[in-house]
Design a protein. Structure first.
Ligand code: C2E
Ligand code: MG
Ligand code: MG
Length: 734
């Protein structure tokens, strides 16, 4: 009956998984995005590097040509005769160019191949073109010669020089620029053997260094084949790649990404984990709050012991059932359930056992009832059931019978096995015809009838029951009036000594002479007095009356019945002793008769009252002994003086041998415990003889005397056959 909590747990489990998947997806997307951006940035940087290096390489040729021109212009001593070959070239021109402009090799030579000056790496060289340069220089020289022989524009040639990247004989790569050295060679009409200037700049590591430094790109080198995207082609004049400039692109963004990726991911995961943990904690907290709220609202509408609905929910369910049923044809059933003698269970086996029993009763009822029914515990041992959709009275009775049946099997509790009976009252009505309160009242009236009719049954409400109830209410008022107006009186049934046949005392029995109804039996009105609380006043009235009479007529002792309801009231012993004191009646001439059930209660209040009375000298007798559950231990614990064997045992004493044995056992037990034993309801002489033979100490019954009015008792006591015995001593067997 505790509200379920598994669904939210399952939900939060799903949410956790979804959050985890979403978080992972987010992290992955971030990583991919950052990696893509890094690649894009690096690609853009690479393209810029390519274009810068390509531009730089392209400008190399122009630079070398410019440097050659600068050097040629400086050679103002170069003279070339139109009429013959005369040349004067300053000494060390080749060496100066090589040193000044870092050209690896410089040649000043004639087209026919005769070398005028040669310099290699800034030093004077012997007068020949290096074999490795020879073919490349020759080819470019031929091109220059061809340019010189080509038609001029406006009598002048803008540039007769030729240059380009070349693979040299020794396999090295170089930029070679060849140009005519003398000014006249470019003029129109020139022919002959022109003086040429050739510069060879090797594209080696040294040549690449300035580029590396300029662009901050380390490791720029030339390679034969392009194996990387970071390359720029060096083409010959026909556009064919001769070689490539290659470098390792720094890829700063990728590097940065690699450096920050792991810590970044870890940070994101950490932060994500923290957020997730926080959310999980918040969720858990809100769930536990929700669950405690659900639990609290469950408890506010349910009985904590059985889990059944409480009165609030019960009334709500009843109202709802009546409201919704007005739309349908069927009726609403209300059952009032009450456990018979539950108090005795509590008193005998303790409250823990009582609680366990109530829990089990609730469980069994719930198992039997359909879902649309509401089971409620309205208090103590009271349960109620509301069930809509009932088609007939028979249908309702069938449901009640099933519930009775379900509770009839013994209950296995931790204290032992226990059987109980249950009383039920039920009312079935079409909803349009009745209010919730009236339906509940009718079920209660029917329950009362079940109890009255002997318990362990279910009773359907009938209108005539209301008349009974009204009648009872009227009687209650009448009884209160009777007590005040002296309509009650006492009859006294003498109690005889079994051995001598003499009157030893009498039992006071209350009578009610109703002005309209006539004589009413105490079996009826004592119960009514107990239910309504009148018994407290009534009981003390009887005691006072009986003791007064006993004193007046000199009766050895008087027995007065004391109800269990009275015994449970605080101050009873003091009230009784006060009455005895007021009328001057000795306490040891009073005997109070209590029932076995009182002993079973184990109530400290009862114990206290009985011990106070006994201490004052009042004797205690167990009335109707054998009809209840008292055991020897109870008799011993309570210090009883007398047992009165229930008349049910005496009635068939001579017809049933087993009863004879039982009664004998009771008498023997009483004797063994030092108790007086009275047999009630002795109606014939055979019973009297048998009981006397078995050792019974006192006899009471119609055979010896019916209950008598005081006058008759006085007469009887005066008759010669009835001699009052001496006052018996407590616990004596005489
Ligand atoms: P009880 O205390 O066991 O009283 C004995 C009952 O047995 C009396 O019934 C008596 O008339 C009846 N009786 C005695 N001898 C015979 C017999 O030989 N045959 C049969 N059939 N009956 C016999 P009564 O007066 O109707 O009282 C019934 C019960 O009402 C009493 O049973 C007692 O428990 C209760 N009662 C009567 N007066 C009072 C009272 O003042 N206070 C209380 N608390 N209970 C009372
Ligand atoms: Mg009695
Ligand atoms: Mg009795």
């Amino acid at each position: 009956m505790i509200p379920p909590t598994t669904a939210p747990h399952r939900l939060s489990f799903h949410i956790a998984w979804i959050s985890l998947a979403f978080g992972s997806f987010l992290v992955l997307a971030l990583v991919l995005c950052a990696s893509w951006m890094a690649r894009e940035i690096d690609t853009a940087a690479l393209n810029e590097q390519k274009s810068a290096i390509a531009t730089n390489v392209a400008s190399m040729g122009q630079r070398i040509q410019l440097e050659q021109s600068t050097a040629a212009d400086r050679t103002d001593g170069v003279f070339y005769s139109m009429h013959g070959r005369f040349a004067w070239v300053p000494n060390g021109l080749a060496q100066w160019i090589s040193q000044q402009f870092n050209h690896d090799r410089v040649y000043v030579y004639y087209l026919d191949g005769s070398v005028l000056q040669a310099s290699s790496h800034g030093r004077q060289a012997n007068g020949a073109i290096l074999s490795s340069d020879r073919q490349a220089v020759a080819l470019l020289s031929t091109q220059v010669a061809y340019n010189l022989s080509a038609p001029t524009v406006g009598g002048q040639r803008l540039s007769a020089g030729s240059f380009g990247f070349r693979r040299l004989e020794d396999g090295s790569l170089a930029f070679i620029s060849v140009r005519p050295l003398d000014a006249f060679a470019s003029t129109a009409g020139f022919s002959g053997n022109p003086l040429l200037l050739a510069s060879v700049v090797l594209l080696n590591e040294q040549a690449m260094n300035p580029i590396s430094q300029r662009f901050g790109i380390p490791g720029i080198r030339t390679v034969g084949a392009s194996l990387s995207s970071a390359t720029v082609a060096l083409n010959d004049e026909l556009g064919r790649p001769l070689a490539y400039i290659q470098w390792s692109p720094p890829a700063p963004a990728a590097k940065l990404f690699q450096q920050v990726a792991l810590p970044g991911i870890m940070s994101i995961v950490l932060v994500g984990g923290c957020i997730f943990g926080l959310l999980a904690w918040l969720r858990r907290t809100s769930l536990s709050l929700e669950s405690s709220q659900t639990h609290a609202s469950f408890l506010s509408l349910h009985d904590a012991l059985t889990g059944a609905a409480n009165r609030i929910l019960f009334e709500q369910s009843l109202r709802e059932a009546l409201h919704y049923q007005t739309l349908a044809e069927s009726k609403v059933l209300l059952i009032s359930v009450d456990l018979d003698r539950f108090k005795e269970v509590n008193d005998t086996f303790g409250h823990a056992a009582g609680d366990e029993l109530l829990r089990e009763v609730g469980r069994r009822l719930l198992v039997e009832l359909p879902e649309e029914a509401t089971l409620a515990r309205l208090g103590g041992d009271e349960f109620a059931v509301v069930q809509p959709g009932i088609v007939s009275d028979g249908h309702a009775r069938w449901i009640c019978q099933r519930l009775l049946q379900a509770l009839s099997d013994p209950f296995v509790l931790s204290t032992g096995i226990m059987s109980i009976t249950v009383s039920m009252g039920f009312a079935v009505e079409p909803p349009s015809a009745i209010s919730p309160e009236e339906l509940a009242r009718r079920a209660d009236v029917a329950l009362y009838h079940s109890k009255k009719a002997g318990r362990n049954r279910c009773t359907l409400y009938e209108p005539v029951m209301d008349a009974d109830r009204k009648d009872r209410l009227t009687l209650e008022v009448d009884l209160r009036n009777a007590l005040m107006q002296d309509e009650l009186h006492l009859a006294y049934q003498p109690i005889f000594s079994a051995s001598g046949g003499t009157i030893v005392g009498a039992e006071a029995l209350c009578r009610w002479q109703h002005p309209v109804r006539g004589l009413i039996s105490p079996e009826f009105f004592i119960g009514l007095a107990e239910e309504t609380g009148i018994i407290d006043e009534l009981g003390l009235w009887v005691l006072r009356r009986a003791c007064v009479l006993a004193k007046e007529i000199g009766l050895p002792w008087i027995a007065v019945n004391v109800s269990p309801v009275q015994l449970n009231r605080a101050g009873l012993a003091e009230q009784i002793l006060k009455i005895l004191h007021e009328i001057g009646f000795e306490a040891d001439r009073l005997e109070i008769e209590i029932t076995e059930g009182v002993l079973l209660q184990c109530s400290t209040q009862v114990q206290d009252t009985l011990s106070k009375l006994r201490a004052a000298g009042v004797r205690i007798a167990i009335d109707d002994f054998g009809a209840g559950y008292a055991s020897i231990s109870y008799l011993r614990n309570y210090k009883i003086d007398k047992i009165k064997i229930d008349r049910a045992f005496i009635k068939s004493l001579n017809d049933d041998p087993s009863l004879m044995l039982i009664v004998r056992a009771m008498i023997d037990m009483g004797k063994a415990m030092g108790l007086s034993v009275t047999a009630e309801g002795v109606e014939d002489d055979a019973q009297r003889r048998a009981l006397t033979a078995m050792g019974c100490t006192h006899l009471q019954g119609f055979l010896l005397s019916r209950p008598l009015l005081p006058d008759r008792l006085v007469q009887l006591l005066a008759e010669p056959g009835y001699v009052p015995s001496d006052r018996i001593v407590a616990n004596s067997l005489s």
